[in-house]
Write a protein that binds this ligand. Structure first.
Ligand code: 4NP
Length: 156
């Protein structure tokens, strides 16, 4: 059976999308759904091609027991739009960029922040130019959204 495939996309693929990928992988493994769902992440830009995630992202993910250090940044390709079943953008600018490139696959593109309930956040803020507090805030929003997403996926 073909796995349901999920792609998280941010600007550099070194902060937000690696944290989301690591967390969703962890949740679907815990639920023993890793035979049914596959997860990846990518960047809209190639600034950090092949780089590991930012050390601060690795640190906040490790506080939840999640190791994201082996991930490597890659830029999204045209093939990804055909391959993945669901593609989650982290903010409005990423969302617009993906919609522009997606052609007939625009129906696959969603905003991850739509899974955050009762919150003022309509996007997942970019922590790259901030400090560790910004990474913790971003990771806490990613946790809320990705937990709600995994519950949705597992109950389907
Ligand atoms: P990300 O964060 O999109 O969450 O991976 C960023 C990483 C790098 C840059 C901006 C945001 N940058 O300008 O290099």
């Amino acid at each position: 059976m073909k796995k349901l495939s999920i792609l998280f996309v941010c600007l550099g693929n070194i902060c937000r999308s690696p944290m989301a990928e690591g967390l969703l992988n962890c949740l679907i493994k815990e639920a023993e759904y890793d035979n049914y769902i596959e997860v990846d992440s990518a960047a809209t830009h190639n600034y950090h091609n092949n780089a590991p995630p930012d050390k601060r992202a690795c640190f906040v993910a490790s506080s939840c027991g999640i190791d994201i250090t082996k991930q490597r940044s890659r830029q999204i390709t045209d093939h990804d739009f055909a391959k993945f079943d669901l593609i989650f953008s982290m903010d409005e600018s990423i969302h617009k960029n993906l919609l522009r490139r997606s052609r007939r696959n625009d129906y696959k593109i969603k905003q991850l922040a739509d899974y955050i309930k009762e919150s003022d956040y309509s996007f997942i803020p970019d922590p790259y130019f901030g400090d560790l507090n910004d990474f913790e805030n971003t990771f806490s929003l990613i946790k809320q959204a990705v937990k709600a997403l995994s519950t949705d996926l597992i109950n389907k």
